[in-house]
Every structure is written in structure tokens, then in C-alpha cells.
Write a protein that binds this ligand. Structure first.
Ligand code: FE
Length: 332
């Protein structure tokens, strides 16, 4: 009885702090502060709506949302990778949003078919190669990196990273489990060295002569290129005659327990709009989700490519299968 009264009291005390305040939106963001703050500031300036936010890694933010339950102050969860967004939806912390603006601004394969999360920028995970030791004419596809001609020449990031889990999940969706297994086993056989903890280290290993090719997100290439404009590395767009380059998203969803649901939807719509998209993508050297907006000049200079148009929700649906497959194939 005592606990019930205390719990009720606690609820009564905690509610006013988070009661619907149309002038405040609270965001939990796994996207880093320097990538979101300029946009939030611009939104506040335009609308007068204040945005409170915390940043952390995707896992801890999702755990926090689940633990807080109905008492969460979060109206929106923002994170990277469809694998993470799909997990959030599966955990029941998001809620569907029907919005014509979002449907208009975001291609269908880059948002949840159930409308619980929406892509806000596109990241391409592609092949990078040594311009000293590899002729681009000898590169074709992700699958071809399993060919013995790449023995001892491939560098990869760890399979623990969601980016690679999503890439492999999408390959399972395209090729089935059996064929994908053979490809991943081929990659492992071709590794020059143990997988790295991040994409930048894999590229630095190419520069250092440890390997000749790697698979990375293009914005990491962009950051390295900015520091070392003369580095002997270049991007290659694989699978141009077949499935296209593997793309993923950063994105967001409105929480199930949002106290300012309308505000969160309006912010989401604004972030996907033409006026916000160039900056949202440009700050991280990604591609705008909104097809009406051009990529910034540095990114555009890497060239056009055909992207995979499978719905990125597959990355979440097949994530567990991908993790098991990589483990069996010896991809650490
Ligand atoms: Fe990243």
C-alpha cells in the first residue's frame, strides 16, 4: 500500500516537469552534438521552440528509454543505422507517425514501412582502394572481394559494428544465407590482418601498405581526405551493374511516450525539408535523404552512383541472422 502511494506521489510529482509544453522538445540523440546543435539552433530561431537534448551511444539511449518507460522526457530518438532504428521500434519505444511531408521528403526504402522511424541522411558503405596498388578496373563488387585474387589484401572493420551487420544483412536479403556465407568466408580468407575497431584505421592500414582494399562509410574517407588531401586512396562504387552500393541511414522516430508528440513530428518534418537537409547531411559529409537537395560539393565530387534500393528495414530484420553468419564464418 505504502509503495503504491509513493509510486503515485512520484508520478504526480514527475508529471508537471514533463507535462505537454508545446514550446519544448526533448531529443535523445546518438548523433553527435556538433552534427545536431546547429540545426536545433536554427529551428529554435525560426520557431521559438526550445530543443533539449542529450547525446550518448545508441545502446545506452535505448536502454534508458526502456527503463524510463512512461516517465521518459524524450519526445524523439535520433540515431544512426537502420539496424539500430529497427531495434528501437522492436523494443516498443517508438510510435508510428502518419505524415504526408515525411512521405514526400523521404524515399520509401529509407524509412520504416510501419512509419516508426525515418531516414534523415544517407551514408554509403563502399570500397576504398590504394591508388598505388589497385587498378579500379580490377574492382567490381563486394562479392568479388571474396575472390582469391584479393588474398592477403583486404582490411575490414570488426563484425561487432552495426554497419557491417547491416551490410551483411542486406547481402542475405539479396543472395540468401548460403551464398552470403561463402562470400563472408572468402572475405575472411582474404584478410591482411585482424579486423579493425573503426573505418579510419582500415584506411590508414591501406596507406601504410598493410592492405590494398577496405570497406568504409564515405564520410570517414571524407574526414581523412580533409586531413591528408594527397593520400593515395580513392573510393570505388561497387555493384553498379547489379544491386548498387550499400546505403544506410541516420534517422529518427517519435517516442511512444512523447509528451510533445506534435512538436516532435513538426521537428522531424522540418529536418527532412529542403531548408534543413543540406546542412543535416553536409555537416557529416553524408548524402541528403531528400532527393530534391543536392549533396555538398566535397561529397558530390566523389561522383554519382547507383544505390541499393532494398528497404533498409531488412538490415534490422536480418541482423541476428547476419551476426550468427559472420560468427560461423570466423569474421571477428
Ligand atoms: Fe560512423
Amino acid at each position: 500500500m505504502k509503495t503504491t502511494i509513493l509510486a503515485l506521489l512520484g508520478l504526480a510529482l514527475s508529471l508537471p516537469a514533463y507535462a505537454a509544453d508545446p514550446d519544448t522538445i526533448t531529443v535523445y540523440s546518438a548523433r553527435k552534438e556538433h552534427l545536431i546543435k546547429p540545426l536545433f539552433d536554427a529551428y529554435t530561431e525560426q520557431t521559438g521552440v526550445q530543443i533539449r537534448y542529450i547525446t550518448d551511444k545508441a545502446g545506452p539511449l535505448l536502454a534508458r528509454l526502456k527503463a524510463e518507460g512512461a516517465n521518459t522526457p524524450a519526445d524523439m530518438l535520433m540515431t544512426v543505422d537502420a539496424g539500430n532504428l529497427w531495434q528501437a521500434a522492436e523494443s516498443g519505444v517508438l510510435s508510428p507517425v502518419e505524415s504526408e511531408a515525411l512521405n514526400q521528403n523521404i524515399p520509401a526504402h529509407l524509412r520504416d514501412p510501419g512509419n516508426q522511424w525515418f531516414g534523415l541522411s544517407i551514408r554509403a558503405r563502399t570500397i576504398v582502394y590504394s591508388t598505388d596498388r589497385v587498378k579500379p578496373a580490377n574492382l567490381t563488387s563486394y562479392e568479388d572481394l571474396a575472390d582469391p585474387k584479393w588474398r592477403g589484401r583486404l582490411c575490414l572493420r570488426t563484425s561487432k559494428k552495426v554497419y557491417n551487420q547491416s551490410l551483411v544483412a542486406m547481402m542475405i536479403a539479396r543472395h540468401g544465407e548460403e551464398n552470403t556465407s561463402q562470400i563472408i568466408e572468402g572475405w575472411v580468407a582474404n584478410l591482411a590482418t585482424e579486423p579493425f575497431s573503426n573505418d579510419t584505421m582500415a584506411m590508414q592500414a591501406i596507406v601504410a601498405g598493410q592492405c590494398d582494399v577496405a570497406i568504409v562509410n564515405t564520410y570517414y574517407f571524407g574526414r581523412l581526405q580533409k586531413e591528408e588531401p594527397d593520400m593515395k586512396l580513392a573510393l570505388f562504387w561497387p555493384n553498379q551493374d547489379t544491386t548498387g552500393v550499400h546505403v544506410n541511414i541516420s534517422g529518427a522516430g517519435v517516442t511512444k511516450q512523447a509528451k510533445n508528440r506534435d512538436g516532435a513530428i513538426q521537428l522531424l518534418e522540418w529536418l527532412s525539408s529542403e531548408q534543413a537537409q543540406q546542412q543535416f547531411a553536409g555537416l557529416n559529409m553524408e548524402y541528403p535523404i531528400n532527393p530534391a537537395v543536392a549533396a555538398d560539393a566535397v561529397v558530390a565530387a566523389w561522383g554519382d552512383f547507383k544505390a541499393d534500393d532494398l528497404n533498409v528495414a531488412q538490415a534490422g530484420k536480418l541482423q541476428a541472422q547476419a551476426i550468427k553468419l559472420m560468427d560461423r564464418a570466423g569474421y571477428r
